[in-house]
Design a protein around this ligand. Sequence first.
Ligand code: UGA
Length: 408
Amino acid sequence: MKISIIGTGYVGLVSGTCLSEMGNDVTCIDIVEEKINNLNNGIIPIYENGLTELISKNKKNCRLHFSTEFDSIKDSDIVFCAVGTPPNEDGSADLKYVLSVASMFGKMIDKYTIFATKSTVPVGTAEMVRSAIETELNKRGLDIEFSVVSNPEFLKEGDAVNDFMNPDRVVIGSNDNRSTDIMLELYKDFDNVIVMDTPSAEMTKYASNSMLATRISFMNDISNLCELVGANVESVKLGMGSDSRIGNKFLNPGCGYGGSCFPKDVKALIKLGEQNGYEMKVIKSVESVNEYQKTTPYLKLKKELGDLKGKTIGILGLAFKPETDDMREAPSLVVIDLLLKDGCKVKVYDPIAMDECKRRIGDVVEYCNGIEDCMDETEATLLITEWKEFKKIKDIKYDGVIIYGRKI
Ligand code: UGA
């Protein structure tokens, strides 16, 4: 099939590349010229296992193209929208990019085409997209058939290619048979394709991320209580997770969830509830537990060392999780901020997120060359991201205090 993907961020780039690997002719479009030039020169803007190889293979096969032009929309069977939906100040999702892609689609198509939303969008967005497209078609005086489909993405950073190629499920939200059949054809190689109406598909994405965030906040609460009553949360996790109704995934306590998805989607679900006169009580608590949890490495440190003024503290791990350089909503940022406010000198090290950290906070911390360098001459080391290479801190001779924000 001929496919255009608008928005070459995380979701767009991984989805486009994988769809080309599945044999489709894919054009990934972005308005940021530098990004597209880089991609055309083999420079990949994100760090993701296996992605570089797949991009180069499919570019060579002429199945994957990168462009700043929207022309490919005209002869596409499906146009995927994978632009960002950043939070507005009130936590709701900002749909201006999605709706501008919808208008562009309405300005360009001259035959039946599917508009498929991969961006995470609130329930009801498909209808807004439909009306934005119709407005443009009316302006052109055209009566062209089109379908709006919701096809949410469930990729995890760091394992996104594998998640796309071997998904637990593919969700297709569609309100007509023509688009359902085309989407089923696109995903014919996958086992668990679930077809539903568009509002349910849109809700499935928020409900899934919020459920995972709930498990994490629940376990963080249990873990905090375990520490107070002398129970071992790892044993508790094993005991609970062995119940097949509970399962053992996403039960790891730590210093709170970060990233571009859980924090944003939890906020958006709370807002969606408010907009509809319903209070999402569980999810509100999930968010407040998470805000507290991000401060726990700092609170534990204060308990150990008392006044922190003038002390030198090392931070191991800056990315919001291992195998990525992404620092969006990373607990490390909260901890660094608290330490600096208390007058500490902060040394940091991360296997790949050092440049990203410099870009975000500049030279307010000292950037180190490795684990030993980061721990050297510090009163304490806080382990914030569970990179595999940090396992070796247990073998390093160190006189300071080590606080494990995450288990390694
Ligand atoms: C998450 C979901 O896992 C994906 O299914 C979804 O597609 C994606 O959001 C999205 O909406 O685009 P991601 O944000 O990449 O993926 O990262 P996760 O691996 O889910 O981790 C999120 C956060 O939860 C991290 O800060 C991680 O450290 C934390 N976490 C995860 C825990 O604290 N405990 C756990 O047991 C698992």
